[in-house]
Design a binder for this molecule. Sequence first.
Ligand code: 13P
Ligand code: SF4
Length: 329
Amino acid sequence: MISVEKGYVDMAIDNSVDIKSEILRLKKEKNAVILAHYYQRNEIQDIADYIGDSLALAQIAAKVDADIIVMCGVHFMGETAKILCPDKKVIVPDMNGGCSLADSCPADEFASFVKDHPQHTVISYVNTSAAVKAHTDIVVTSSNAKEIVESLPNDEKIIFGPDRNLGNYINSITGRNMILWNGACDVHEKFSLEKILALKEKNNNAKILVHPECKKSVQMIADKVGSTQALLNYAIKDECYTFIVATESGIIHEMQKKCPLKTFIPAPPEDGSCSCNECAYMKLITLEKLYNSLKYELPEINVDKEVAEKAIVSINRMLDISKQLGIIK
Ligand code: 13P
Ligand code: SF4
């Protein structure tokens, strides 16, 4: 019996094993597909079949033709994939990959919040547990939140959780007055306004790219506020050659690949002397863990049936509205 007590398969790998080729071989043999978020380690992004932001990963998971989905991301992404594909085996190579934002919204407290606001439509960011999604009417990601909110009647009463920064941002650009859950992402909240301004001073022509999970003061100095995919698209299309990037620094790998002649400077966090800001949860997955997870098909994500049956309604509403609005195909 293979243990996943540590949250991953902790098996020594013989030195003679060529891990990358073995991952590719196992993937083919088992009809598995590897999905990776843009915040994953470079080598995980490079070996994945698909990389993307939260919306793209959910959309791919919903459509993909494979027996096994290996989700190289954090726990809620594995849950979302499992809810969308209950008949597939969904593996997350390290189950310790949580999310500070999802953790800022415990399901029982969110259920009381919902109960305290009858007649309100409940919108939740995808960075939530399946149990929170089960109390939600429509899930959103940062790639479609604005459009989905705008698709609702002007006078619709809305509660939005869990990210207060994204919620405030959507309120400000849509003129809505959604009631917000007071949660946040530790990684995005700790970008330093002062250090970004100092970088801008040194790189006068640089444009500043900011994820909406960042604090308002950081959003205010942005040339572009957007999801990881939107920031990537902006960097590709814009004529500027230098960008200061205020989101998890893993995205810079794809930015650099797509724009080899451009310079991407990671925005630093407030604390310590680090020059970039990483999500420790996203960086837990290594090639070794990915290899072992494919080999042993563990650890597997499972979602309580009753929770999944409720959560899929709010996830599918997101995908349906996004299709109707032309955000996804
Ligand atoms: P997106 O992938 O939707 O930009 O979200 C960022 C994030 O924090 C994912 O955990
Ligand atoms: Fe969660 Fe923030 Fe890490 Fe994204 S970057 S997974 S929101 S902790």
